[in-house]
Design a protein around this ligand. Structure first.
Ligand code: ZN
Length: 417
């Protein structure tokens, strides 16, 4: 008998994502490890047992008084892992929609001192309490949509001290919200306004800063915005090599607007992920596959930009690249719900609904170095679960913006109806 301190029953269909290698590539991306009429035993926040509900009573000894959570015929998937967010910011940019409607691009809006720079001004002015409060609100709504793990990037301070201040808020947010957070140092989000035209001088400072950032254990990854008007390929190469030497994992905002060599650079450096890729040349995909770089697709962002670009999900799967999907939550593209991103990955990125679930769970966990920890429902993993009132798990990305009925992190409800 396996001891448990709580059990979860009434699961119509459980998508365990526990079958096959991590990350999933090619046809394995569609394999959800489905188990009908399932139950789960949880001990100390971790999954102790998974199996058919009819085998529960002879397999699991529930401690006296331990809760039985009845999900009443819901379908359960692993808590979503959002592998790419910019959720730590102040203010909003609703006024930018008019500029977008008149045809202005992200880079054009930023070059006029607006866009990202408007958020930088607001973030620099904001108190720690304001930043923590607004980010915690976003995280609690993300949990309401089924997310239990999220990456959080810095990048709206654009000073060395300000970026360290943002990094310092991330563990506090984790304690406040109960979600698992992974910090990414994105001081190279843009060139600071006061250093315009002096990107290399700014990068000199960041390169010098990286060993201390890594030693302090505050960031797991380093990221850079490699795009014309922001940082060049050479600058991205330089910062990411220094980050790798310092012991940080590598991420890159690659080929979001134009093909600028970011995907190829990610492959050459063996980055953990190359993110966006909506303008990446198809010729770069075999190199991503060979290097095992995860493609993190952010399919809501071109939608919010009113752009005709699309996430090349189908093409990446067919090239054998592991594909993950995230929200890219930011004041430029304000989307908090992973089910919305997964629906876009299906309808614009042409993933199948099953592939989209893989992309938002096990492969997204891999993109954060959390493969084997998050994104799967299997013994030993944290009991992070999202329950939806649908007939089959694959309906979650098919319905645009499906809402869970309950979300659990380490077996405890972050949210429940
Ligand atoms: Zn981003």
């Amino acid at each position: 008998m396996i001891r448990a301190d709580r059990v979860v029953t009434g699961i119509r269909e459980l998508a365990t994502l526990s079958v096959g290698p991590v990350p999933r590539i090619g046809p394995a991306m569609g394999e959800l490890g489905l188990l009908p009429d399932a139950a789960i035993g949880v001990r100390a926040g971790r999954i102790a047992w998974v199996g058919p509900e009819r085998a529960l009573s002879r397999s699991v000894a529930l401690r006296p008084g331990g809760p039985r959570i009845d999900l009443e015929g819901s379908c359960v998937v692993p808590g979503f892992v959002d592998p790419h967010t910019h959720l730590l910011f102040a203010g909003d940019r609703h006024d930018e929609v008019a500029a977008k409607l008149s045809g202005a691009s992200y880079a054009e809006i930023a070059s006029g001192g607006g866009g990202l720079y408007a958020t930088v001004r607001a973030t620099r002015r904001a108190s720690e309490a304001e930043l923590l409060g607004s980010a915690a609100d976003r995280l609690s709504r993300m949990a309401r949509w089924g997310t239990t793990t999220a990456e959080v990037k810095t990048g709206y301070a654009l000073t060395r001290a300000g970026e360290r201040r943002l990094l310092g808020l991330i563990p506090r947010l984790e304690r406040r919200t109960g979600l698992r957070l992974v910090a990414t140092y994105l001081a190279a989000h843009a060139v600071p306004p006061e250093l315009r035209g002096r990107a290399d001088a700014y990068l000199d400072g960041l390169v010098a800063e990286l060993p201390a950032i890594a030693r302090a254990g505050r960031a797991r990854f380093c990221d850079i915005f490699c795009e014309p008007g922001f940082f060049t390929l050479e600058q991205s190469d330089r910062l990411l090599r220094a980050a790798r030497s310092a012991g940080l994992g590598l991420k890159i905002h690659a080929d979001e607007f134009v093909a600028s060599g970011g995907a190829e650079l990610a492959a050459r450096l063996g980055a953990r992920s190359a993110d966006h890729l909506s303008a990446a040349p198809r010729s770069a995909f075999p190199a991503l596959a060979a290097a095992g770089v995860t493609a993190v697709l952010l399919p809501v962002t071109p939608f919010s930009a009113m752009s005709d670009l699309r996430s090349p999900g189908r093409e990446l799967v067919e090239a054998g690249v592991p594909v993950a999907v995230g929200t890219d939550l930011s004041p430029n593209s304000w989307v908090e719900g992973m089910p919305l991103a997964l629906a876009h990955a299906v309808y614009r990125g042409h993933l199948t609904p099953a592939e989209a679930i893989t992309a938002g769970t096990v492969n997204a966990a891999h993109a954060l170095d959390l493969g084997g920890v998050a994104g799967q429902i299997a013994p030993g993993r944290d009991a992070d679960l999202s329950a939806f009132k649908v007939r089959h798990a694959v309906e979650i990305p098919y319905r645009v913006g499906a809402l869970p009925v309950a979300v659990y992190r380490r077996g405890r409800a972050l949210f429940s109806t």
